[in-house]
Design a protein around this ligand. Structure first.
Ligand code: GLN
Length: 536
């Protein structure tokens, strides 16, 4: 039997209880005890990946180094555990079925009837164990998306049931539920938790640990009641009270002994307490900033809480590194124009124009960038934000009237942003962009080298369009300087504006690499510039 221990995290009662944060917190605590850990997310939907889902459906699409377009929970995993994830860390029903059907078409099932059990469940189990074969992990945490009782989650829960038998003590099931507070009755209610565990039991899975999301502390009586009705010891009823910040959760879970119960359950020996000193220092600084900066986030999905998740979190890391609170103010780019830009953005210490796709709101982004450029407000353009900065500079400084990206205007006279030749041949959607990590060489002596403290960096991408090199000399001579280059394909990855306190546009998505342990250097530098601007 392999020495890897498997932790399954399921959820009941309702979605949005924070399974991703609980899974990430477990990972953090185990890493802090010196274990090697990885986390994966199994998503019950039929899309192959969230790459083709719009942000209204699914929030941000997180990108891994190996170019997987994944669930945003993988972002939490990386930010908490400081370990990179990969394609194998996010598996959907679509991936499972696609792979089973491909095998069926090749005749690999030798004439058998292909069924949910065992073929689909075998494929799920194979994907869960795949990670163990890839790395030498002590723990694999598998978060099952959705809520128990959902029709589409059933094959995943069945795979967990089978694995429990196969793995015995090498496996533990953590079930996250809700213990709601009924204000009218003045009481916490355990019934939804009881029902949720019963639903799991109907599928043959007995949870070992029950994590109870709650807005009030659980009394001993409530803990005992949940333990009694759900067949666990009271010490395995873990309170998960609403926290000020998601970064409190590992600490709260440690206080509740969640990590200890997992070690006991899986019979994993460990005499070391987790080393949480850096984490605690981070939280202390986060909660005791010495100042505040206002940063404007300009995008077209700003009304969605999760659409720019990694950017929001990167600012929390970078703010803490600068000992300031970053007050992120969001602006819908569609509603920014020449007559209101000053009133809307005039008081900001820094302006970030977000990544995105499609034409809606583009002119507002360009207006915001012009304002930041002319008023010397620190400006950070990410992916589409960088492309808009190039368009703005072309139109307003280089005199390229109507300059545009061919994503939005195919017949522009000045296609300053254009599709790469290799992209033009692609017709399918999913997984066809320039995806994942690419190396980038920073111009020696540039401010970028100072920011990164390196000359070659690696950053993650997710886009189809690029800076059009036909305009390179014109831009360079005009003062918009390319300072980062993908040497292999000769692609401009970073531009910087001369004579501006901080004006940087990047073709990649730096927010995917910011973690609590390693706040991203560009965000840290940008917040520092915003702080200096604020203090002026
Ligand atoms: N829509 C642009 C492109 O495809 C930018 C993408 C992005 O911001 N991630 O190139």
């Amino acid at each position: 039997m392999s020495k890897t221990k498997y932790i399954f995290v399921t959820g009941g009662v309702t979605s949005s209880l924070g399974k991703g944060i609980i899974s990430s917190s477990i990972a953090k605590l185990l890493v802090a005890r010196g274990f090697s850990v990885t986390i994966q997310k199994l998503d019950p939907y039929i899309n192959i990946d969230p790459g083709t889902l719009n942000p209204y459906e699914h929030g941000e699409c997180f990108v891994t180094d190996d170019g997987a377009e994944t669930d945003l929970d993988l972002g939490h995993y990386e930010r908490f555990s400081n370990m990179p994830t990969s394609q194998a860390n996010n598996v959907t029903t679509g991936v499972i079925y696609q792979s089973v059907i491909t095998k069926e078409r090749k005749g690999e099932y030798l004439g058998e009837t292909v069924q949910v059990i065992p073929h689909i469940t075998d494929e799920i189990k194979y994907r869960i164990k795949l990670l163990a074969n890839r790395g030498n992990y002590d723990f694999i945490i598998t978060e099952i998306g959705g809520t128990v009782g959902d029709i589409e989650s059933l094959p995943f829960i069945e795979a967990v049931r089978q694995l429990r038998w196969e793995l015995g003590k090498n496996c533990v099931v953590v079930h996250l539920t809700l213990v709601p507070y009924l204000a009218a009755a003045g009481e916490l209610k355990t019934k939804p938790t009881q029902h949720s565990v019963k639903t799991l039991l109907e599928s043959g899975v007995q949870p070992d640990i029950i994590v109870c999301r709650t807005e009030k502390h659980l009394s001993e009586g409530i803990r005992n009641k949940i333990a009694l009705f759900c067949n666990v010891t009271p010490s395995c009823v873990i309170e998960c009270i609403d926290a000020d910040t998601i970064y409190d959760v590992p600490i709260l879970m440690h206080k509740e002994n969640l990590d200890l119960e997992i070690l006991k359950s899986t019979q994993m020996p460990c005499d070391k307490e987790p080393d949480l000193r850096d984490w605690e220092k981070f939280i202390y600084t986060l909660k005791h900033p010495s100042g505040e900066v206002s940063i404007g986030l300009i995008g077209k999905y700003v009304e969605l809480k999760d659409a720019y998740k990694s950017i929001t979190e990167s600012f929390i890391h970078a703010g803490t590194a600068n000992e300031v609170r970053v007050k992120l103010q969001t602006f819908h780019s569609e509603f920014i124009n020449d007559s209101n830009v000053k009133e809307k953005l005039g008081n900001l210490d820094g302006i970030l124009v977000a990544p995105g796709f499609g034409e809606r709101g583009i002119e507002g982004k360009i207006t915001a960038i012009r304002f930041a450029r002319e008023h010397k407000i620190p400006f950070f353009g990410i992916c589409l934000g960088m492309q808009c900065a190039v368009i703005e500079f072309g139109r307003n400084i280089l005199g390229l009237k109507g300059a545009h990206s061919t994503e939005f205007d195919k017949s522009t006279h000045y296609p300053v942003i254009d599709m790469m030749e290799m992209q033009k041949k692609i017709s399918g959607l999913g997984g066809t962009m320039r995806l994942g990590a690419y190396p980038c060489r920073l111009s020696p002596g540039s401010r970028l080298v100072e920011i990164y403290q390196a000359e070659t960096i690696s950053e993650r991408h997710r886009h189809r369009y690029e800076f059009n090199n036909e305009y390179l000399e014109l831009y360079r001579n005009g003062g918009m300087i390319p300072v980062g280059l993908n040497e292999k394909d000769n692609l401009i990855e970073i531009i910087e504006l001369k004579g501006h306190p901080w004006f940087i546009g990047v073709q990649f998505l730096p927010e995917f690499k910011s973690t609590v342990a390693h706040p991203h250097p560009l965000f840290v530098s940008f917040v520092k510039a915003a702080k200096e601007n604020h203090n002026k």
